[in-house]
Design a protein around this ligand. Structure first.
Ligand code: FES
Length: 106
């Protein structure tokens, strides 16, 4: 599989994220605490877009009920310990952030 380009590093300052789509899966890609990340744009609580939320440090907070998640580990930091964001492996190369595997290739 060819690595999928998600975003340009020039578009992602610290604490910022953008959304994109790969094979029908909505994805958030951003930079938090100096590292790039990608997660599916789906809150595991009620399966809505979490990209309407806010990012502070590594903590992405869902606007709907306020639960927050670590964007690097997917761990829920408040409220739903049994739920996780789906994290996706990325690599930085030549000014781009690339997805290392397709979202459904687990
Ligand atoms: S839908 Fe995200 S916290 Fe409820």
């Amino acid at each position: 599989m060819t690595a999928q380009l998600l975003a340009s590093t020039a578009d992602l300052a610290e604490g910022e994220f953008v959304t994109t789509e790969v094979d029908g899966t909505e994805i958030i890609v951003g930079k938090a605490d100096g590292r790039y990340f990608a997660v599916e744009d789906l809150c595991p609580h009620a399966y809505v877009n979490i990209s309407y939320g806010s990012l502070e440090g590594c903590e992405l907070t869902c606007p709907w009920h306020g639960y927050s998640f670590d964007v690097h580990s997917g761990e829920c930091l408040t409220g739903l310990e049994s739920e996780q964001l789906t994290t996706l492996p990325v690599e930085e190369r030549g000014g781009g952030i690339y997805l290392k595997q397709a979202p459904d290739a687990t």
